[in-house]
Design a protein around this ligand. Structure first.
Ligand code: GUN
Length: 300
């Protein structure tokens, strides 16, 4: 079977065009401009590149965007002070602190300092709690993007066996939760979560109608571990080298070339989930701007 290669870039582009149009209308009708601040601590090349991408898209969509860069040795208190400044800034509707943070900083304390009404990453415990009980909230951007992909390709999620490999707070835990939610759109799946202590990983992955992989290990899922006709969502972004021009060579957590011969649809890396993550961040920021201005929105 030749798999459908899911074009995350074009799904993302379509959503961004809608966002751009709505941003123009908001500006015209109400003089509202969605505002996003990104806060980056340190010099991790992957984080620098992610934040650059987020800034570029925010500007292209007509957002007010602010980029904050702090040195690796900044104190936790200074970082929290900066977050607090943006909590109070009426021009800013979304605050994103790029993770991971340096080891000297308590990540939980930092996330908890973000006003949950500006938590466009959906990482604050208030938003995590709302997501779990199925209340409107900011959904974390990568899981949100996966839901949109599954909906867009017409994946039958209800009643499907969904297997999530990886249990991170950013991807594994929330996507597992969202897929099992009683939702009108994408949901009602039977979900299994696998992790480093799972005894027979292949037993589980081979049962999956929908396989979601977020472990950060290059080509970890091989063709013998997937079911014929499955839908595979590869969240991994692994840097496995550099081109002579100095560009990173990326690959996913799934052995794409071999697995694509066996499954019905698969996301490539790059160009699959990545563009969706950034797009859903913009969507959350747009919804935050509407919420802060008392307009109908999807997050409260
Ligand atoms: N690091 C990796 N993914 C993410 C994300 O979605 N948001 C933030 N803030 N940091 C990340």
């Amino acid at each position: 079977m030749a798999a459908k290669i899911i074009d995350g870039k074009s799904i993302a582009q379509e959503i961004r065009e809608k966002i751009k149009k709505e941003v123009e209308e908001l500006k015209e009708k109400y003089d509202i401009v969605p505002g996003l601040v990104t806060i980056l601590v340190g010099y991790d090349p992957a984080s620098i590149s992610y934040v650059k991408g987020k800034q570029k898209i925010a500007q292209a969509l007509g957002f007010y965007s602010v980029e904050e860069r702090l040195p690796e040795n900044v104190s936790e208190d200074e970082l929290i002070k900066l977050i607090d400044k943006y909590n109070k800034d009426l021009k800013i509707h979304g605050i994103l602190v790029q993770l991971p943070l340096p080891k000297s900083i308590n990540e939980r304390r930092v996330i908890n300092a973000i006003d949950p009404r500006k938590d466009v990453d959906g990482f604050h415990p208030i938003n995590v709690g709302k997501m779990i009980i199925g209340e409107p909230c900011f959904l974390p951007c990568t899981p949100y993007g996966i839901l949109v992909i599954l909906e867009k390709i017409g994946c039958q999620v209800e009643g499907a066996e969904a297997v999530v490999v990886g249990r991170s707070n950013i991807v594994g835990k929330p996507i597992a939760n969202l897929l099992m939610q009683k939702r009108k759109t994408v949901g009602n799946a039977t979900v299994t979560i696998c992790h480093t202590r799972t005894k027979d990983l292949a037993f589980h992955t081979k049962r999956a109608d929908i396989l979601i992989v977020a472990v950060g290990k290059p080509k970890f899922i091989t063709a013998d571990m997937v079911k014929e006709g499955a839908i595979v969502i590869d969240v991994g972004v692994n840097r496995i080298g550099t081109t002579p021009e100095g560009k990173a060579i990326l690959c996913g957590d799934v052995d794409f070339d071999a697995v694509k011969e066996k499954v019905s649809a698969i996301t490539p890396v790059p160009g699959g989930v990545g563009p969706m993550t950034i797009t859903m961040l913009m969507k959350n920021t747009l919804e935050a701007a509407k919420m802060w201005n008392g307009l109908p929105n999807e997050v409260e």
